[in-house]
Design a binder for this molecule. Structure first.
Ligand code: BGC
Length: 452
């Protein structure tokens, strides 16, 4: 049976983090205010009134964190660059002191034999841009391209591949449609221009990155959508949800068009946001890779009444994470096969840029080890089925600031005591380290005849 030990030679092992979730140092070296700084100050917005002001203090402790990554034997580290450190107000010249931090980090990673994989936007928009409309405003896409160029000019000599955006779907829905995340706007379907402007930002930034000879990826949150039953109404509802969650960001990138959103009463211009030439820019030229963030599948039924054209149905009979998310490793295999079926030759190589789970506060995190092992087994089955998967970056290296959940959800291979900032590797850390070492040794060894 195919399992994680069969992942191809050269497969890249990594961990993923994001700036606001780990860095802290909110006021240091000229960093500007981000939408998350503002959101965390709203009473009741974040559990326990938590914020990322200090988080894991990674800004000061990054050497220790790189050392942990070296111990893991990682090939790559996916982190995000805080836009407000680079451009405190989201426009204008670079703040050199802010870029210096990433410069030091990149050098530290390279010295540890780890390839840096930065994400340019993991939800921390400079508040000054939000004040002029944020992602609802087309100009923000142009500002993003400017910022991408500044970051690439400083780091592009050592950083070969870049991720433009993290999970534009989640940012759209949580940040602009439901108001659960920063910037806390609850516009429902009126939020859709924020989808287009994020994609436009990707396209404009991709052009800047490619002009500098750099590879471009984007990371999205994708989910296999399962209808609650075979009934036509449930199937139609599932298709409508799939269009929103999976196709809204992937179809324009890979096919150069928006999916059918007529179930939402929305036309192909997304409330007038789309202009001539935008889709050509968003879809061309080809992405070097598609980042897939996978956590769980989604089960969808027909809605009970008017409103949205779908209703979420529970997934029963499976283990659940501390976050209460269902654990369905097979969903990753299913998702990747669906992507190939849907996009065929237009599907670029895939990298799993996030996958992981929150567990309760314990160092013996067998639950996490089991979760990771099962998902990597599913990933190996996808590669055996011919999907070109280049790597796996688990979420996350450290327990960190889990957005609206504050510090109550722990996703780390490494436990963080937030009172002392003490890092303690959990059992899953040793397990991941040993898996990486075993895979690397097996990849280097000559394959026995007839063996795998
Ligand atoms: C995000 C991360 C987040 C993780 C767990 C993803 O949606 O990219 O920032 O911490 O899931 O919720």
């Amino acid at each position: 049976m195919t399992d994680r030990h069969d992942l191809p030679a050269g497969f890249r092992w990594g961990v993923s983090t994001a700036a606001y979730q780990i860095e802290g140092a909110a006021d240091e070296d000229g960093r500007g205010r981000s939408v998350w700084d503002a959101f965390c100050e709203r009473p009741g917005a974040v559990k326990n009134g938590d914020s990322g002001r200090t988080a894991c203090d990674h800004y000061h402790r990054w050497r220790e964190d790189v050392e942990l990554m070296r111990e893991l034997g990682l090939d790559g580290y996916r982190f995000s660059i805080a836009w407000p450190r680079v451009q405190p107000t989201g426009r204008g010249p670079a703040n050199t002191a802010g870029l210096d931090f990433y410069d030091r980090l990149v050098d530290g990673l390279l010295a540890a034999g780890i390839t840096p994989l930065p994400t340019l936007f993991h939800w921390d928009l400079p508040q000054a841009l939000e004040d002029t409309g944020g992602w609802l405003r087309r100009d923000t896409a142009h500002r993003f391209a400017e910022y991408a160029a500044l970051a690439a000019d400083r780091l592009g000599d050592r950083v070969p591949a870049w991720i433009t955006l993290n999970e534009p779907f989640v940012h759209l829905v949580y940040g602009y449609a439901l108001g659960i995340h920063a910037p806390g706007r609850a516009l429902l379907l009126d939020a859709l221009p924020a989808a287009h402007h994020q994609l436009l930002a990707h396209g404009l930034a991709a052009a800047e990155l490619r002009a500098r000879g750099l590879d471009v990826l984007i990371a999205n949150n994708l989910t296999p959508v399962r209808p609650a039953s075979d009934a036509p109404a449930d199937r139609a509802a599932a298709a409508a949800y799939d269009a929103l969650h999976n196709r809204l960001f992937t179809d324009p990138l890979l096919l150069g068009r928006y999916p059918d959103l007529s179930a939402y009463g929305v036309g192909p211009d997304l409330h007038g946001a789309v202009r001539d030439g935008d889709l050509a820019l968003i879809s061309a030229p080809a992405l070097a890779g598609l980042g897939v963030n996978y956590y769980n599948p989604t089960r969808i039924a027909a809605p009970a009444g008017p409103g949205l054209p779908f209703a979420e149905a529970p997934i029963d009979g499976v283990p659940r994470t501390h976050f209460d998310w269902p654990v369905v490793p097979e969903g990753l295999h299913e998702l990747l096969l669906t992507l190939r079926e849907r996009y065929g030759a237009a599907l670029p190589p895939v990298t799993v840029t996030e996958n992981g789970c929150s567990t309760d506060d314990t160092l013996d995190d067998t639950f996490r080890t089991d979760y990771l092992a099962a998902h990597l087994d599913a990933l190996a089955r996808a590669t055996a089925d011919g999907i070109d998967v280049r790597g796996y970056y688990t979420w996350s290296l450290l327990d960190n600031f889990e957005w609206a959940e504050g510090y109550s959800q722990r996703f780390g291979l490494v436990h963080v005591d937030f009172a002392t900032q003490r890092r303690t590797p959990k059992a899953s850390f040793a397990w991941y380290r040993d898996l990486i070492a075993a895979h690397r040794a097996a990849s280097a060894a000559p394959r026995p005849a007839g063996g795998r």
